[in-house]
Ligand binder design. Structure first.
Ligand SMILES: *Cc1c(COP(=O)(O)O)cnc(C)c1O
Length: 372
């Protein structure tokens, strides 16, 4: 059994992917070829954002967003502690200070009360609150309405890290249209993944889009050798765009399949485990299906028992960022981050993808219930 089954997906669309790749090999425009623009347009149609810009990966997308917003030395950027390191990593990279915020105990997404305390903390430290990076963790959009309210009050920009959440629905809107700019990743294991590294940025802001489009190609100005700012080399490969064009065609259908699989898990596990919570007016795309065990020991027992039965599981994330060697000296919510710490002890994720069979799900559920 696979944790994420990319082979079944490939078998479904292999002919069309092969043909797309052959087209790129024939025209030879490997960098910024026509497939990149075609994909950007189709992603914009899909999510409703005005501008979509491909880039090299989801981490660069976050860094480009900070650069485009002129975030740098003396600035505080608020990030949840319970996330993948890339969310925080790019903040010191541009010279700014990450300030760690706790997550909500039901959604596992950014806790707005903790954000408010962290903003006060940043002010007390003499930092300028500049931006917040809510993460759409495990495929569920963060709670953007209250975040937006707080951001407006404190003049914060919102960079939505939707590496795990592209296509999720929040109060009738699609991720990609929430916040000032949204970033995503096409890393192969993400819900919409390519066959290598890839990423994208989405925004409705014309000015920001223009800056991003320059920054991803060495800060280019009007001409090829005209540099108007310090930028990066962060383009989406044409071949990856070609692969993504075919994957995007089946993505809506795959999202429905993931939602069905998640519902099935929940129906059979909710009496015995803490199952994922989806707030009203939201739809997750289920990048991960994550349970909470009663404690760390019992989590290990569940995972060992599943492994015995040939079922892979994963821990996202075993250590919150504010406790990692690389990040432990940065400021935090002064009341601490107890939910992030609790989740890192108890959360574990089950196989989740669009090609999960009911036989496999039965097997997983039986193995889980056998030990609880
Ligand atoms: C995967 C991921 C990223 C980074 O994406 P890459 O394409 O691997 O650079 C950033 N943030 C979150 C929350 C992620 O899960």
């Amino acid at each position: 059994m696979q944790f994420i089954d990319l082979a079944s997906q490939q078998a479904r669309i292999k002919k069309r992917i092969d043909s797309r790749i052959q087209t790129v090999l024939a025209h030879g425009a490997y960098i910024m070829g026509p497939e990149v623009q075609e994909l950007e347009q189709k992603l914009a149609d899909f999510c409703g954002a005005k501008h979509v810009l491909g880039c090299a990966n989801g981490t660069d997308a976050l860094q480009l967003a900070l650069m485009a917003l002129d975030v740098g030395v003396g600035d505080a950027v608020f990030v949840p502690s319970f996330t993948f390191a890339a969310t925080a990593e790019i903040v010191p990279f541009v010279g700014a200070t990450p300030v760690f915020v706790d997550v909500d105990s039901k959604t596992y997404n950014l806790d707005v009360n903790s954000l408010e305390r962290a903003i006060r903390k940043a002010n007390a430290l003499g930092l300028r609150p500049a931006a917040v990076i809510p993460v759409d963790l495990f495929g569920l959009a963060a709670d953007y309405l209250p975040i937006q309210k707080l951001a407006d009050a404190h003049d914060l920009k919102i960079i939505a890290d939707s590496a795990q959440g592209f296509g999720a629905n929040y109060h009738g809107k699609c991720t990609g249209t929430l916040g000032d700019v949204t970033t995503t990743s096409f890393f192969p294991a993400k819900p919409l993944g390519c066959y290598g590294d890839g990423g994208a940025l989405m925004t409705d802001d014309d000015n920001l889009a223009e800056r991003l489009s320059s920054l991803r190609i060495h800060g280019k100005g009007r001409g090829k050798y005209d540099n108007s700012r310090i930028g990066m080399n962060s383009r989406l490969d044409t071949i990856q765009a070609a692969v993504l064009l075919e994957k995007l065609m089946i993505y809506p259908d795959e999202i429905v399949a993931r939602q069905k699989a998640a519902q099935y898990y929940t129906e059979h596990l909710e009496d015995r485990f803490v199952t994922p919570y989806t707030p009203m007016n939201q739809n997750s795309i289920w990048a991960q299906y994550t349970l909470l065990a009663d404690d760390n020991d019992r989590r290990s027992n569940h995972m060992a028992r599943l492994k015995e039965a040939g079922i892979p599981t994963g821990i996202y994330y075993p250590l919150p960022l504010h406790q990692q060697a690389a990040y432990k000296n940065f400021p935090c919510d002064p009341e601490g981050l107890p939910v992030s710490e609790m989740l890192s002890q108890r959360a574990f994720s089950l196989p989740m993808h669009a090609y999960l069979t009911s036989d496999d799900q039965e097997k997983i559920i039986a193995a889980l219930l056998a030990g609880n």
